[in-house]
Design a protein around this ligand. Structure first.
Ligand SMILES: [Zn+2]
Length: 302
């Protein structure tokens, strides 16, 4: 492999498919995006955006492709098993995309991809016990323990958004009191709108009102307390040295980190609470992880 060999990386999100050609240092040489079609039609959009990028850089050597998707993934079979968001079931990707692009293709879950990217090239470099928590429309986690990505029998994502933290609010999953009901970026915006009567476009609008608006402060504090409770449970189980917050909420920066660190320190059961940081790679984490997947199948994590 030459130093300038590229990887084709595709991050399939609920609304946008992001694709990039990425060099070994993790830099994007070229990128494109498309809206994500619902259901099985997503496969054709993934194939097309990949073809378009490869045609743009026909002179370059591309060593392989990594495609990361939401929901459940059978990495061995090369099938995206289930995404509630995009509405596919058993979507075969590896064989058909490989034939179309003329490249070896690997697939994996998008939260795991963000976690591996932060571990190897972002905010988690230098620690082997680390949890990546993207907070957007939902909340999930990717756990690296002893340098290895924790993998359950149905995938690599920890569904910590549905940890019961006693919020008393019904969750879409059917339980009451899930972390997501107060601490997802969507819940923060929704609860602020309910409490204040003012519509906002997202959690960042609520963060911007913290110094002037008691309703914003209350909703924010509920989110911080919920996150501290949820991360406290995770910390009691796997004892990470560092928690990295990603997704839309990470853009709040210190307005999130300072109260979250304080709340975790107050958690009496945690003798060594983890440090908390925000994502270093931001929106690029998914494609950077997909490029690493293309290059070595995340061998360093398994
Ligand atoms: Zn739930």
């Amino acid at each position: 492999m030459d130093d300038d060999d590229l990887a084709l990386a595709v991050d399939v999100g609920g609304t946008t498919i992001k694709a990039a050609l990425i060099d070994p240092a993790g830099s994007m040489v070229a990128s494109e995006h498309r809206p994500t079609p619902q259901g099985d039609r997503a496969r054709d959009a993934i194939a097309e955006v990949g073809r378009s990028l490869l045609a743009q850089c026909a002179h370059a050597t591309v060593v392989g492709a990594g495609v990361v998707v939401p929901g459940l993934v059978d990495r061995g079979a090369g099938v995206a098993t289930y995404s509630a968001n995009i509405g596919w079931r058993d979507l075969e990707l590896v064989r058909s995309l490989g034939a179309e692009w003329g490249l070896p293709v690997r697939i994996a879950n998008d939260v795991a991809s963000g976690g591996v990217a932060e571990h190897r090239m972002g905010a988690g470099v230098g620690t082997d016990d680390f949890v990546f928590v993207p907070v957007g429309t939902g909340i999930a986690a990717s756990i690296v323990s002893g340098g290895r990505l924790v993998s359950g029998h149905r995938g690599e994502t920890a569904e910590i958004g549905h940890l019961a933290v006693g919020t008393g609010i019904p969750c879409a999953c059917g339980q009451d009191g899930c972390l997501e009901t107060v601490a997802s970026a969507s819940a923060i915006a929704r609860r602020y709108a309910q409490l204040s009567g003012h519509d906002v476009t997202g959690a960042s609008d609520v963060a911007a009102r913290l110094s002037t608006d008691p309703a914003a402060r209350q909703v924010w504090q509920d989110a911080v307390d919920g996150l501290a409770d949820g991360l406290g449970i995770v910390s009691l189980v796997v004892a990470p040295a560092l928690v990295v917050i990603g997704g839309g909420l990470s853009r709040a920066g210190d307005a999130l980190l300072h109260p979250l660190r304080d709340a975790l320190r107050r958690g009496a059961a945690l003798v060594h609470p983890p440090d908390v940081a925000v994502s270093a790679l931001g929106d690029r984490g998914g494609v950077v992880g997909a490029a690493l997947l293309a290059r070595d199948g995340w061998a360093a994590e398994s």
